[in-house]
Design a protein around this ligand. Structure first.
Ligand code: HEC
Ligand code: HEC
Ligand code: HEC
Length: 437
């Protein structure tokens, strides 16, 4: 934490200086419009835009449960405070109803609102900047044909200096390079389509890449996994840590249905992503799977089959001796076996039916460097994606001791990886984070 603070302090000074020398600290306002040019709202454009809005998951950040579609007000926690998304419905007073295409385009690419204020990169314009012009027009058509909802902006909870928007000019100078999308000559057309969708509108790389102290994606650690919204987003492609290598079919299953037989379910912030992919154009979702498969080193088929058999065999039957009699294991693991027996084994057992969950040894939650996602699914349950709606897990109430114990057991039983350290403290933290919400 300390180094983070120092780094931030130094960088803020750098930002002020940088901000000061940029000509574009106070961009000009773009005139309000009364009427949108109907040619920009043609029906086929709206249909194309709807598909892009699904791929881009705009609703995940702009639609608050129980409120009007795209009317904003969703709280996005960042290391700098809480930022609230804005109303992007065509309401003239509280939404973007007076925005011309030029104003929309500038916001999506440069992160500047119609009046000239800089926008926070919690809005992934660093990814949207490389969207093609045709796609940008389609998105505009879609957004501007939604129902207008009156919903005033919710003020952000940011402290100085982060609440001072002109500083973002410095941030952009350092990190927002607006590199146009470049197809990879080593990829075929479909894979490049997937790459385009994933890196721009789909902003997959926004969650799956670590960020520096100022919240910018670290290009040298591209897709190496990151913490988002209190969850761990796994490393993807060449950096994947999945014990059974991802194949094209696995990716397609996971992205369409939110579940893969060799990797389990899309939980947490990923649920919303796959639910919107479910509503997107099939060819586009398949293209993203094709791109991912292309950047993932293939595992030898024999080795893959052996891994699957081995990990499946780790599932326990209800008749298993959970006292772990005669086994040399840490006390926490032994006690965790009892928690597993009481709270987990009725579902997490030998797969006598396809409807049962896959072996926990296949899941990222159990193979991850920290028990973060495991704690989330145990305490919060799993609200399954639309494509796998029967795979529900109810929230389970456990004490911090039992939560730490069951995590120790699961890690020991289902992986060969080192123990998670300080499980008791981590479990207490996870429980108190939940009650704070
Ligand atoms: C990861 C969250 C996230 C996603 C995904 C997202 N946005 Fe946003 N968006 C935000 C936030 C937060 C803001 C407000 C930023 C600020 O106030 O500085 C914003 C602002 C905007 C603005 C500027 C509006 C204004 O009043 O200033 C537009 C336009 C916009 N988003 C459109 C979209 C579209 C279209 C999509 C889908 C393609 C999308 N956003 C996806 C978080 C998101
Ligand atoms: C809002 C953040 C967010 C976005 C955007 C996002 N992901 Fe994820 N993703 C996650 C999280 C968190 C997980 C872990 C889910 C779990 O543990 O069940 C995940 C899991 C995955 C996995 C499983 C990897 C593994 O090894 O288990 C794949 C594959 C994946 N995401 C692909 C994508 C693709 C493709 C996109 C873009 C279309 C995308 N993600 C966009 C947060 C995100
Ligand atoms: C009512 C049945 C049920 C119970 C009880 C249950 N689970 Fe689950 N669990 C599921 C289902 C269904 C899934 C979805 C995965 C699948 O179907 O492959 C799941 C998935 C998981 C995952 C993977 C999450 C991911 O993001 O990939 C973990 C970890 C997990 N459970 C841990 C536990 C632990 C630990 C317990 C006991 C404290 C427990 N579960 C109890 C049904 C259950």
């Amino acid at each position: 934490m300390k180094t983070w603070k120092i780094a931030t302090g130094v960088s803020v000074v750098a930002l002020v200086v940088a901000g000061g020398i940029v000509a574009n600290v106070f961009p000009a306002q773009i005139a309000a419009i009364d009427q949108i040019d109907p040619a920009l709202l043609a029906e086929d454009l709206v249909t194309q835009g709807e598909n892009l809005a699904m791929l881009g998951d705009c609703a995940a950040c702009h639609t608050q449960k129980g409120q009007g579609e795209l009317s904003g007000g969703v709280a996005l926690p960042t290391p700098f405070g809480t930022i609230y998304s804005t109303n992007i419905t065509p309401d003239k007073d509280t939404g973007i109803g007076t925005w011309s295409f030029a104003a929309f385009d500038r916001a999506m690419r440069d992160g500047i609102d119609r009046r000239g204020a800089h926008l926070y990169p919690a809005f992934p314009y660093d990814h949207f900047a490389a969207i093609t012009d045709a796609d940008m027009r389609a998105l505009y058509a879609y957004v501007m044909t939604r129902d207008a909802v009156a919903a005033p902006a919710v003020p952000n909870l940011l402290s100085f200096p982060f609440n001072f928007r002109p500083l973002l000019a410095g941030w952009k100078l350092l990190f927002h390079h607006k590199t146009p999308f470049a197809p990879d000559p080593a990829m075929d057309e479909e894979q490049n389509r997937g790459k385009y969708l994933a890196e721009t509108i789909g902003h997959c790389t926004a969650c799956h890449s670590p960020r520096n102290a100022l919240g910018a994606v670290r290009q040298n650690a591209f897709m190496q996994g990151a913490e988002v919204e209190g969850w761990l987003a796994p490393p993807l492609g060449a950096s994947s840590i999945a014990p059974v290598g991802w194949t094209l079919d696995d990716y397609a299953d996971y992205l369409f249905d939110g579940w893969s037989e060799t990797h389990s379910i899309a939980a947490g912030p990923m649920t919303n992503v796959v639910d919107h992919l479910y509503a997107a154009d099939e060819d586009d979702v398949f293209a993203i799977a094709a791109w991912l498969a292309k950047i993932t080193p293939a595992q030898d088929e024999g080795e893959r089959a052996a891994r699957i058999t081995e990990i499946d065999a780790l599932n326990l039957s209800e008749a298993f001796d959970f006292s772990l009699a005669g086994m040399d294991v840490p006390q926490q693991v032994r006690e965790g076996a009892q928690v597993f027996k009481t709270s987990c084994v009725k579902c997490h057992k030998e797969r006598i039916a396809d409807t049962l969950p896959v072996s926990l040894g296949l899941t990222y939650a159990v193979n991850a460097p920290a028990p973060t996602n495991l704690f989330h699914v145990v305490l919060g349950g799993i609200e399954p994606p639309q494509g796998s709606s029967a795979r529900r897990m109810q929230p389970i109430t456990l004490s911090a001791e039992d939560l730490g114990r069951v995590a120790a057991f699961v890690r020991w039983q289902f992986t060969d990886l080192p123990d998670w350290p300080d499980l008791q403290e981590a479990a207490e933290q996870a429980l108190s984070d939940r009650t704070a919400h």
